[in-house]
Write a protein that binds this ligand. Structure first.
Ligand SMILES: Nc1ncnc2c1ncn2[C@@H]1O[C@H](COP(=O)(O)OP(=O)(O)OP(=O)(O)O)[C@@H](O)[C@H]1O
Ligand SMILES: [Mg+2]
Length: 172
């Protein structure tokens, strides 16, 4: 992201999208390239939420609000330095909590072919999110709408190529 116009000097980015789309992989790399701190929304879940997801139960919105506000606080505390946080942020209402928590929050929606994402997830072993939740996530996803600040990047291809696309989109 550049410093021209109303672009913030210190980017605050929420990497959003369904489970397995690559939020952690791409988010970490983008944060490193932007030289800002990285956080994963998973780290903000209370244990009760993690237990639910481990059992294959989707979270309710009541489960989500405290989690989203905690992520929002993290963003708010980084307005002076910038930061990248990975968070599924599937629904507009969830994103409004995040966008309302700090000035200049930008969404990076990672999007891709569901079959490719399922394959990538099936290969991932070190994670609590079962692949059965992907379909419900795809159903829940509300794409970025008018009035939301963000970009959409397709995740076909290598992580390195995706990161380059993200950075060049940010600097436009
Ligand atoms: N561009 C890519 N090409 C190939 N494999 C990838 C790519 N991006 C991510 N992966 C792999 O796909 C799996 C899912 O990626 P990742 O964990 O980053 O997704 P996520 O969106 O953070 O998922 P979650 O929402 O469950 O945290 C991982 O095993 C990761 O190594
Ligand atoms: Mg992740």
């Amino acid at each position: 992201m550049t410093e021209r116009g109303d672009e913030p000097a210190h980017p605050l980015v929420v990497v959003m999208g369904v489970s397995g789309v690559g939020k952690t992989t791409i988010g970490e790399a983008v944060a490193s390239r932007l030289n800002v701190e990285y956080a994963d929304a998973d780290a903000f879940h209370p244990q009760v939420n993690i237990d639910k997801m481990s059992n294959g139960s989707p979270l309710t919105d009541e489960d989500r609000w405290p989690w989203l506000h905690a992520i929002g606080s993290w963003l708010n505390e980084r307005q002076a330095t910038g930061g990248v946080v990975s968070c599924s942020a599937l629904r507009r209402a969830y994103r409004d909590v995040l966008a309302g928590s700090a000035a200049g929050v930008t969404f990076l929606h990672l999007d891709g072919d569901p079959e490719m994402i399922r394959e990538r997830m099936a290969r991932r072993s070190d994670h609590f999110m079962p692949t059965s939740l992907i379909d419900s996530q795809i159903e829940t996803l509300e794409p970025l709408q008018d009035g939301e600040r963000g970009i959409v990047v397709d995740v076909f291809g290598s992580p390195e190529g995706i990161v380059e696309t993200c950075l060049s989109e940010f600097s436009r």
